[in-house]
Structures are given as structure tokens and as C-alpha cells.
Design a protein around this ligand. Structure first.
Ligand SMILES: [Ca+2]
Length: 379
């Protein structure tokens, strides 16, 4: 190659390079413009939808429980706390229908374990099922090798009789909430809610208990009754333990009620393997310990109460089907009768085999999810 042809080649090469750079620059500019356009459009759409579709508010829950009888109440509290970690619900209060001095410490112990020791706990007055049951005493009284409690609590078996009356706490919490903003999850007896129905207006609220239920509560999610023909004679425990309260509540409750019947929990059982392995992120886990004393870690457990929590917080997730509306009457022998009615306030849950699998998976994960924060009281 001559010097001249080399220069010509160099010029050609440089020209090509400059042209390439220029086209790159122009393309980059176009790309930048395009990107900028899409960013602007996304921001616009986002801001419009932020105004039109505000973020879903957490579901405000009151958890009314006979904690200390079956262990599913304990697991249900684990589910509530896991859903609160996701900002899907807010636990306003726990009200207890098991009249035992270890029940309120157990509820506080769980709230404290999940970092929410300030949630108020109310105790039933003159309630039923006074016996200790299988797990309350060994969990509440659990001690470390140094003799200190594994799960220290402010409410103790000795002072739990001084807890706020559950009916008073229901009135107080409901009075403080906006209209139609609360879901009551009742997974024990109807003692407290029947008591609430009887209350007149007072210094907490001019509204009667019935009016508080009507105005403040969106609906009640109950684990109670049985709704398949094969269980027509079944005397479901939550009804049978306080039949007068159930009859009163079912007859007079002014707000809608969704029922998880006995058949739902029976169909949806936790896997024992979840209990054996899912809770091992901490040396002493109160849910696992209660399960061990009640059911034994090698055994499966029906997830009765957990289904009522799941429906209350995620009603639109297609975990369950719903019956047609109707009315429910409670017979003297604790059996229930559902009568379809267009204007009925009651519906009950149904499940397909596919839904059983999905609900079991969701509940096993949620019940065993680690707390987001701990307050250092678990040793
Ligand atoms: Ca229960």
C-alpha cells in the first residue's frame, strides 16, 4: 500500500468511524427520548392510579378465641401476625371466651413473641371450659435451666382476673373505629358477642352493643357449626359449649356472618412435617411447643380456626367458595340448620380439592413465619 492510498484508507476508516459514532449517538438520543417518554408515561399512569386506586387498607380484626382448648387458636394467631407483617391486617384486640387463668397470659405471650405486646387482651366473665387443657400450663409456665420463664408476660395466671372484661373491651375498641371497618373473627364460643348484644349505651359509646355490631362491623367470620348433610347431627364444639350464647348470637347478630363449618377444618389439615421443621428458627417457639403438648409433633392437625382468619383477611383470594345466603338456627342439642333465604345474613364456606391444597399450603407457611421483630423477652 502506497503512502497516498494509506492516507485514503485512513480517511475512509475515520469517516466510517465518525459516521458510526454519529449514528450511534443519534440512535442513543432516540433511545433516550423513547425511554424518557415511557418513564413519563409510567409516572403519569402510576400517579393517576394512585389517586383512583388507593393501596388496600389492612383489615382491622378483633380475634375472639377460646385459646387453650384446641391448638388451632394458637396457630391462627401466628397466621394473623404473619398477615400483619404484610400489612394485610391489623389486630385490634384479643378477647377470650375460655374462662381459665392461663388463657390471657397465653394470648399475651404470643402477641409478645411476634413483637406486638401492646395489643389489648380481654377476658370473659363467668365463661365456660374452665379446665386447664393440655398446653396452657406447660407453655405459660415453661422455664429455662436458670429457672427464669421462657416466655415472660405482664399478664400472669395470678393477675389475669384483673384483665379488662372482654365485653367492655369489645365496646371500647368498636367505639373507636370508623363505621363498617372491623371484621370480628370468632373461633370459640359466642359468650362474648352474645354479651355485647345485651349492652346498653354507656360512657364508651352512646350506641348499644347491637348498634355497635351493626355500624362498626363489616362482617363476622366464625368457626362454628357444620353444613354438609353427612354432619347434620354433628354437635360442633364451639356451639355445644355455650348453646344459649350461640342461639342468641345467631338470632340477633345484625351484621353479615360467614361460617367455616366443621367440615372445612377437617378437610384442611396441617402436615406434621411443617410442625417439626417450620418453627426451628428459634430455640423455644410457643406455637410449636403448644402443638407438641396438644397434638404431638408427629401428628397432623385440622386447621379449623385458621380458615376463619384466612377468609377474614383475604376474602377475595378464591381460597374458598361461598354458599348462597341464608339463615342459621341453633337447636337445643347444638345442631344447626341452614335455611337458604335471599335476604339471609349467613353464608358458609365451601372448598374444592384444589382449594384444599392451596389453603393448606398458605396456612402452613403463614403459621410458621418468623416474627419481623422481637422484643427480647423470648429466652
Ligand atoms: Ca378455637
Amino acid at each position: 500500500m502506497t503512502k497516498k492510498s494509506f492516507r485514503g484508507f485512513e480517511f475512509q476508516k475515520r469517516f466510517c468511524y465518525n459516521t458510526k459514532m454519529l449514528s450511534c449517538f443519534l440512535m442513543k438520543g432516540a433511545f433516550m427520548k423513547k425511554t424518557f417518554f415511557w418513564v413519563l408515561l409510567s409516572l403519569f399512569v402510576f400517579s393517576v392510579f394512585s389517586i383512583v386506586l388507593p393501596a388496600a387498607e389492612p383489615v382491622k380484626i378483633i380475634f375472639d378465641t377460646d385459646i387453650g382448648n384446641d391448638v388451632d387458636d394458637v396457630m391462627a394467631m401466628g397466621v394473623i401476625h404473619a398477615l400483619q407483617n404484610r400489612h394485610e391486617c391489623e389486630l385490634l384486640a384479643v378477647t377470650i371466651t375460655k374462662d381459665n387463668k392461663y388463657a390471657a397470659p397465653m394470648a399475651e405471650l404470643l402477641n409478645r413473641f411476634y413483637g406486638r405486646s401492646d395489643i389489648p387482651v380481654g377476658m370473659v366473665k363467668n365463661g365456660v371450659t374452665k379446665e386447664d387443657g393440655r398446653y396452657l400450663v406447660p407453655v405459660v409456665e415453661a422455664k429455662n435451666a436458670d429457672g427464669f420463664p421462657v416466655f415472660p408476660t405482664v399478664i400472669t395466671p395470678e393477675n389475669s382476673k384483673n384483665c379488662t372484661d372482654a365485653v367492655v373491651l369489645l365496646r371500647k375498641v368498636l367505639a373507636e373505629q370508623a363505621d363498617r371497618s372491623v371484621v370480628i373473627v370468632q373461633v370459640g364460643f359466642s359468650t362474648n358477642l352474645a354479651g355485647l348484644l345485651d349492652t346498653p349505651g354507656d360512657e364508651l359509646s352512646p350506641l348499644t352493643g347491637k348498634e355497635l355490631l351493626k355500624h362498626k362491623v363489616t362482617y363476622c367470620s366464625l368457626m362454628a357449626g357444620a353444613f354438609i348433610p353427612q354432619l347434620a347431627k354433628h354437635k360442633e364444639y364451639n356451639i355445644a359449649c355455650d348453646i344459649p350464647a350461640a342461639r342468641k348470637f345467631f338470632a340477633e347478630c345484625p351484621c353479615p356472618v360467614v361460617l367455616s363449618g366443621y367440615e372445612i377444618g377437617e378437610m384442611i389439615q396441617s402436615a406434621a412435617v411443617s410442625q417439626q421443621n417450620g418453627y426451628c428458627y428459634v430455640k423455644n417457639h410457643p406455637v410449636q411447643l403448644a402443638y407438641k403438648y396438644y397434638r404431638g409433633l408427629e401428628n397432623d392437625q385440622p386447621l379449623f380456626d385458621l380458615t376463619s382468619v384466612l377468609y377474614a383477611v383475604r376474602p377475595g383470594w378464591n381460597y374458598f367458595g361461598l354458599s348462597e345466603p341464608g339463615n342459621v338456627t341453633v337447636n337445643d342439642d347444638a345442631t344447626v340448620v341452614f335455611t337458604p333465604s335471599e335476604n339471609g345474613r349467613f353464608r358458609y364456606l365451601t372448598v374444592t380439592p384444589e382449594q384444599v391444597a392451596a389453603v393448606r399450603e398458605a396456612l402452613c407457611h403463614l403459621a410458621s413465619e418468623p416474627p419481623q421483630k422481637q422484643n427480647g423477652w423470648v429466652r
